[in-house]
Structures are given as C-alpha cells and as structure tokens.
Design a protein around this ligand. Structure first.
Ligand SMILES: Nc1nc2c(ncn2[C@@H]2O[C@H](COP(=O)(O)OP(=O)(O)OP(=O)(O)O)[C@@H](O)[C@H]2O)c(=O)[nH]1
Length: 322
C-alpha cells in the first residue's frame, strides 16, 4: 500500500504561505491535496467557503480540501483523512509560525496508524526574497527565520518580482551559507510548479554526492554543517547495531542542536544502501537500493548549531570499527 506523501510548509511572516495555499485550493493543477492549516481564519476565502462549525473539511471544486487543526489536533485530522484516502493524493501542512518541525515530524514516526498511511515527504520553506535579509541580519540560531531555512529540503525564493538579479544572487549565496543542501526554487506570488514541492521524496531520496562538496561554502558561524565521508575499502563498512546506538545517543544528547541529519551508508554484510534521515531527536535508518556495481561508502551530513566535527567523525568511525 503506497503511503500518502506529506509536505510540511514553513516560512517567515509574510513569505507567501497563504498565497500558496490559495493557489493550491483554487488552481486547476490536477492534484488532490488536503491542506491542513494550523489556524483557520488566516485564509482570505469567501464567506461562502467558511467552514460551518460542525464541518472539518471543506472540499474545493478542484478536488482539494482544506481542514484546520485549530479545533482538533493533527493526529485527529490525519485519522479522518485516512477515511478519505481515495479522494486525496497528497497532504500539505502549513505550520504557521512554527519554527520547529519536530512535533509535526514526530507525528509521522510515533503514531503507528498514521505512519502506516502517511510518509513525511519534504520540508519546504518559503522565503520572502525582498525582506528576508532584514530578518536574517543579526539573527542568530534559534531565530525562526534562520531555523526555517536551515532545516528545509526545498527553499522557494518568493517575490522575485521585488528584487533585482544581483540581489537574488546575493540572497542565494546567503541562504547557501545557512543551508548547503536544499534545492532552491524561485517564484512570483508563490506560483510554483506543485510537482516541485509535493512528492519530492526528500525523506526517501538517496543523498546527492554534491552535498558533501558544498560543505566548503558553508560560512554562517551560527549554523554549521558537517559532512563526513568514509570509503568502505579504506575505512570499512559500518556495524548497524553500533550505528543505531551511536545515532540514538547523539540525537538524545544533541537533539536540540541537530536540525537535520541525512546520509547514505554502507552497512556491513548488507548488499543495500542504507538511507539515514533525521530531524532533531527523530532519526530513521532504513535499507534502500542495492549498491550493485557502485563502490561502497558512507556519506552523512549533519546540519545544526555548534556541531563538533571532530567528535562526529570519531563517532562514525567507531561504528566502522565495532
Ligand atoms: N510583490 C509580491 N507580493 C507577494 C508575492 N507573494 C505574496 N505576496 C504578497 O505578500 C503578502 C503576504 O503574503 P501571504 O501569502 O499572506 O504570506 P504568509 O506567509 O501567509 O504570511 P503570514 O500569514 O503573515 O505568515 C500578501 O499581500 C501577498 O499578496 C510575490 O511574489 N510578489
């Protein structure tokens, strides 16, 4: 049974989230998306569209529906969506004002029924290209605007009508300094190709090798990124038990500072690649495609605050010697 992919949408105040949601709810894009709103009442939809108090979902004419968690919690909403599964093919959760995607992400791992039907797909962060600079100026880690950029899988630079090419190039450079790995898209009035933000499989995807090369560009001292590469022929494969224990300890002890961990790993005596994905204290390590003729090796990227490269390298190497 295929799981319904879930996109988590974040973005600082005024970035264009509501504009995107309105676009999803009204345009003929062919996707049947359930939009879960944090707070109902933010979307400027007609009076005619306002939910009656006993209704939890409002169906739009393009096949999408909208529901809100103000009245009930996310798990309840998702349970109800399971019953409507034949009518939706994607879920988008707008995390209004929520800097930390951890509680939302947790829902998809911690609850058995939910994780059976849904799979976290990607975290998409909308950025107001004109104004984000002033939010980032002087903002340290822990500031919403910085954090939302740091943990994104996709960054959508919106409002590009308001900036020139040079300004946009500077912005890209700056965002690369906070998040070396997210794919960057641009938009006007949040008009993105929905296929670019929904069902992208960031949580399933094999890590792109270019990620590690991009570490060199990382220069924001507050948020840093540590990329580690082990060549199996030289350093050996990893022991799965040791690896799980180490990751468990690492995320338990440093979960607050670890925004994302992602990687592809060579596990001893297993022909398959193992994919690592994590957000703060949640991590998932699972087998994926076989290595085949590719040479085996482990690549991991940690993104977070004040990460200690030496101890991360030592920790991972220990798993290769276990
Ligand atoms: N010029 C320009 N304005 C835009 C664009 N996208 C959105 N806006 C405008 O920016 C304002 C804020 O957009 P919203 O979609 O409400 O932003 P939001 O992220 O939902 O804002 P909050 O709910 O405050 O977090 C609105 O007036 C939009 O019409 C764009 O690409 N260019």
């Amino acid at each position: 049974m295929s799981k319904i992919p879930v996109t988590v949408l974040t973005g600082f105040l005024g970035a264009g989230k509501t504009t995107l949601v309105n676009h999803i709810l009204t345009a003929e894009h062919g996707h049947r998306i359930a939009v879960v709103e944090n707070e109902f009442g933010e979307i400027p939809i007609d009076d005619a569209l306002v939910l009656r108090s006993d209704e939890e979902f409002f169906e739009m004419s393009n096949g999408c529906c909208i529901c809100c968690t103000a009245r009930t919690d996310l798990i309840d909403i998702l349970r109800k969506l399971i019953q409507r599964k034949d009518r939706i093919d994607r879920v988008l959760i707008e995390t209004t004002g929520l800097a930390d995607p951890n509680p939302v992400a947790q829902t998809f791992y911690a609850d058995e029924e939910i994780s059976e039907h849904f799979a976290l797909d990607a975290i998409v962060t909308l950025v107001d290209s004109k104004h984000i600079g002033q939010h980032l100026d002087g903002a340290g880690v822990g500031h919403q605007a910085v954090d939302q950029i740091a943990f994104a899988d996709r960054l959508v630079l919106n409002k590009i009508d308001l900036v020139g090419e040079a300004e946009l190039a500077d912005l890209r450079e700056r965002l690369r300094g906070i998040n070396a790995t997210a794919e960057i898209l641009t938009s006007n009035y949040s008009k993105v190709d929905l296929a670019d933000i929904l069902g992208v499989g960031a949580f399933n995807r094999i890590v792109h090798p270019a990620w590690l090369d991009e570490q060199e560009h990382f220069h924001d001292p507050a948020v840093n990124s540590v990329g580690i590469e082990l060549d199996s022929a030289v350093d050996g494969d990893l022991d799965e038990t040791a690896l799980r224990e180490w990751l468990g300890r690492l995320t338990a002890e440093h979960g607050d500072d670890l925004y994302r961990l992602k990687g592809v790993l060579a596990v001893r005596e297993d022909a398959r690649r193992f994919v690592l994905q994590g957000i703060h204290r949640i991590f998932e390590l699972r087998p994926a495609e076989p290595w085949g003729r590719d040479s085996r090796g482990s690549k991991v990227v940690f993104i977070g605050r004040d990460l200690d490269r030496a101890s991360l390298v030592a920790g991972l190497r220990t798993c290769a010697r276990a």
